[in-house]
Write a protein that binds this ligand. Structure first.
Ligand SMILES: Cc1cc2nc3c(=O)[nH]c(=O)nc-3n(C[C@H](O)[C@H](O)[C@H](O)COP(=O)(O)OP(=O)(O)OC[C@H]3O[C@@H](n4cnc5c(N)ncnc54)[C@H](O)[C@@H]3O)c2cc1C
Length: 383
């Protein structure tokens, strides 16, 4: 058993941590009010190789491992939790397009994902179907050489400014087996957008995408007809560990800062760090985050080896965001009145991380997946 990163992973980790703390953290609060991140900033970020981590090298990407994607999420989140969305959606879309798209579509989209020019969103959720994603109603019908897409996708990260969306749509009968995946250009006639007033994650432009008779070339379909649901689940399986590490990175940074504060600030004649009631809280949060971190990397390690990891991914997807929320909330209080002030990052971090308790699967659904993996499908608890 080897728990160590190799030299190139460690170098990647160091580079990203430095970038996050020096380049991303100073502007973290700036993006908390809905201002869009300029594309040149995203392109500069992409130069680190993070948006193209899962883009094969022949299309201008890095072709990196899932463990590397996890390292990137953890380190970037130390500076700006929401920038990990460019990594997450870059990886998901590169995997889906790289694996399932026609060559023409790969050539059109993958190099842009790697360079940060092209942003691709993931459109599964609808107003009437979130946890029960197999009941989506958005429909795609073939008309000659084109798909015609109609419906609404809800709560889509980057809905406000993505260039494409991988839209999961009904192409056949009801249920999971009637769903296809189609890459829809969001500048096509008939597409409209509405950005939500979210509690956190403002820079992610989360919102609704509306499709009104949107015509898309037939070869924008990903994979075989009706294989969309399986593709979505395949993407969730590892992105849940990436989300976990993004939450852990943000929480770990909060703990690290609070540790420094606790060494400096004195009450009752000694540093806060020497008050057991204070230090033990840091010890507890550190323990929870460390346990979640190991589970997240184990999930990605399994994925890299093509081994089953659905159970581990679902376990860490409920465990890590909750541990992170508790740690950041704890840090806010452990910094006293200053922790509650918006000049400190704790409130923003808390609002951002809470979103990922829900996104990509709620705790209730994750525990249902874990229970299903333990008891077997005949005991499914979430249907
Ligand atoms: C920040 C953020 C980003 C997101 N980004 C995307 C994105 O990019 N693309 C995308 O497609 N979606 C995205 N989503 C949507 C997200 O995946 C859904 O919100 C999530 O799957 C839950 O669906 P829902 O909101 O419709 O809740 P519902 O399914 O209506 O559930 C409501 C509540 O009931 C609980 N519940 C539901 N069924 C059961 C059950 N069987 N047993 C017990 N409890 C149950 C849920 O856990 C939840 O607490 C995002 C959401 C957020 C918050």
């Amino acid at each position: 058993m080897d728990f160590d990163f190799d030299d190139s992973e460690r170098a990647f980790q160091d580079t990203l941590r430095r970038y996050a703390l020096e380049q991303l953290a100073p502007d973290y609060a700036r993006w908390d009010h809905g201002e869009a991140v300029p594309r040149e900033r995203i392109r500069a970020f992409a130069e680190l190789g993070v948006t193209g981590l899962r883009v094969p090298e022949i299309y201008g990407g890095v072709g990196g491992s899932y463990v590397m994607a996890g390292i990137a999420a953890e380190e970037i989140a130390r500076g700006d939790h929401n920038f990990t969305m460019y990594l997450q959606l870059g990886a998901i879309s590169a995997d889906l397009i790289g694996q399932y798209a026609e060559q023409r579509v790969k050539l059109k989209i993958l190099p842009g994902i790697a360079s940060g020019e092209t942003l691709v969103s993931f459109g599964l959720t609808e107003p009437g179907a979130g946890s029960d994603a197999a009941s989506i109603k958005t429909r795609a019908t073939l008309d000659g050489d084109e798909w015609v897409v109609n419906g609404e996708k809800a709560s889509i990260t980057m809905a406000g400014y993505a260039d494409y969306c991988v839209v999961f749509a009904r192409v056949g009968a009801a249920g999971a087996k009637g769903i296809g995946a189609i890459v829809v250009p969001l500048d096509a006639p008939g597409v409209t957008r509405r950005v939500y007033d979210s509690m956190g994650g403002k820079l992610t432009g989360r919102g609704s995408l509306f499709f009104d008779n949107v015509r898309v070339p037939r070869d924008h379909q990903l994979g075989a007809d009706k294989s969309g649901f399986a593709q979505a689940m395949e993407a969730f399986d590892y992105n849940r560990a990436i989300i976990a590490l993004a939450c852990i990175g943000t929480a770990q940074q909060s703990l690290d800062e609070t540790v420094e504060f606790a060494k400096q600030r004195h009450t009752f004649g000694k540093p806060l760090a020497r008050h057991e009631g204070y230090a033990f809280q840091i010890a507890e949060h550190s323990t929870q985050l460390h346990a979640a971190r190991l589970l997240a990397y184990q999930t990605l390690w399994l994925r890299d080896r093509g081994r089953p990891h659905t159970r581990e991914a679902a376990m860490v997807k409920w465990l890590a965001p909750r541990a992170a929320v508790e740690a950041i909330h704890g840090c806010m209080v452990l910094n006293g009145w200053m922790g509650y002030d918006n000049s400190m990052p704790y409130a923003q971090r808390l609002r951002d991380v809470i979103g990922l308790e829900i996104g990509d699967g709620t705790p209730e659904i994750m525990k249902g997946v874990v229970a299903r993996e333990i008891f077997g499908r005949e005991y499914i608890s979430y249907r």
